[in-house]
Design a protein around this ligand. Structure first.
Ligand code: HEC
Ligand code: HEC
Length: 332
């Protein structure tokens, strides 16, 4: 185990040197200059004008669970609703309830099994070293988030800032030990259910109807109530443009005639991650789009992200959609 880790870190170092020397030769611009494609606002959904009804104390139940939680509890970021306690091991306090005043319960946004949601991130099964590093990068400001100042991002920044090293480690170990769950179905479509009000994530219009998808990815929770009550068994449908999965597969498995690097070189043959490099297979396509955008525009520029430079440098907005569609369609 130790030998594997060391040899991977060594390989990473060698790759980093090879990549940084070759990219120095061909580029001189700052990462921010690469932001030619503009912010994909559909991946950074946020409308503060959407009103949510005030939460009440009435207990709610969900199929397949004997637990019950009120809306007040489900909206309280110091509570991580645990609908299926048999599905996971003992939760550290920081995951279950956080630590007031700043450290919100990691499990409330990322869910107690690290399944995540389109506006945040799935954490289940990611490498401990990777998770620890990302938290450190958020703390230092080396990993930033673009787009409008959504509460999920500002609260996340505050949450990790207040974490102690011991809390970081125990949270990383907990999420890393969880088995990733397949919870998103990728569907190619020209026309999709009409979108309704979207505060932080897309909803289907209660009035029904359809609208053109265009060049977007629109990811809906299949059951909004279940999702907002933070059930880890929630599932999602991500509508992607027709042809994008095959296009993404070509880019991901070849270098797309010099457009990128095959993802498997670093993320492993099934893109399930290797050593400290994270799994990307089966994760929310919306999340993948945001990350590729952040790498491209310099929002993510810390340490190991230099390895991604040749991957994202030449990607167009359409390539990013295609890669996210393909990667999201894989078994996690
Ligand atoms: C208010 C909601 C919220 C809370 C609470 C929260 N997060 Fe996050 N977390 C987010 C969002 C939003 C992102 C970033 C998504 C993106 O980059 O687009 C994120 C991203 C992350 C990532 C990066 C994942 C990756 O694959 O790179 C890690 C690690 C993480 N959070 C750990 C934690 C830990 C540990 C806690 C508990 C202290 C926590 N988060 C609490 C919302 C939250
Ligand atoms: C040369 C090695 C390398 C290649 C090739 C590579 N990646 Fe990565 N990737 C990394 C590293 C290292 C990280 C972690 C960066 C960090 O620490 O911030 C990463 C992170 C990511 C992330 C963020 C994951 C998360 O949890 O937030 C995404 C998305 C991603 N890569 C997509 C891709 C795609 C898509 C491809 C293929 C087109 C690809 N990568 C090819 C090395 C690579």
């Amino acid at each position: 185990m130790k030998a594997l880790k060391v040899s991977w870190l060594h390989a990473l170092g060698v790759l980093a040197i090879a990549i940084s020397s070759s990219s120095h030769a061909q580029s001189g611009g700052s990462p921010a200059a690469a932001a030619a494609d503009g912010l994909p606002t559909w991946a950074f959904v946020w409308d503060p004008n959407v009103k949510v009804p005030p939460p009440d104390d009435k207990p709610n139940s969900l199929p397949g669970s004997s637990a019950s939680y009120s809306w007040k509890q489900a909206r309280d970021l110091f509570v991580a609703p645990d609908w299926h306690p048999g599905d996971h091991g003992p939760m550290p306090d920081v995951v279950a309830s956080g630590r007031k005043p700043d450290v919100r319960a990691c499990g409330s946004c990322h869910r107690v099994e690290g399944t995540g949601s389109p506006e945040n991130a799935s954490l289940a099964g990611l490498p401990v070293d990777y998770l620890v590093q990302q938290i450190a990068d958020f703390k230092s400001g080396a990993r930033k988030m673009s787009g409008p100042e959504r509460p999920s991002t500002t609260l996340m920044m505050g949450s990790v800032k207040g974490m102690t090293d011991a809390e970081v480690l125990v949270a990383a170990q907990y999420f890393s030990a969880l088995k990733p769950r397949r919870n998103v179905k990728v569907v190619e479509a020209e026309t999709i259910p009409k979108t309704g009000e979207a505060r932080l994530f897309f909803t289907r219009s209660p009035g029904g109807g359809t609208e053109p998808l265009g060049r977007r990815i629109v990811e809906f929770p299949d059951d909004e109530g279940q999702f907002e009550l933070r059930d880890t068994h929630s599932t999602f449908t991500a509508y992607v443009p027709v042809g994008s999965v095959t296009k993404g597969e070509t880019l991901a498995t070849t270098d797309g005639s010099g457009t990128t690097l095959a993802c498997g070189i670093c993320h492993g043959p099934a893109l399930k991650g290797v050593g400290p490099i994270p799994r990307i297979a089966g994760r929310s396509p919306t999340y993948i789009v945001r990350q590729l955008y952040e790498f491209k525009t310099g929002g993510r520029s810390a340490g190991a992200s230099a390895l991604m430079k040749q991957v994202f440098e030449k990607l167009s907005a359409e390539d990013i959609i295609a890669l996210a569609a393909y990667v999201g369609s894989l078994e996690p």
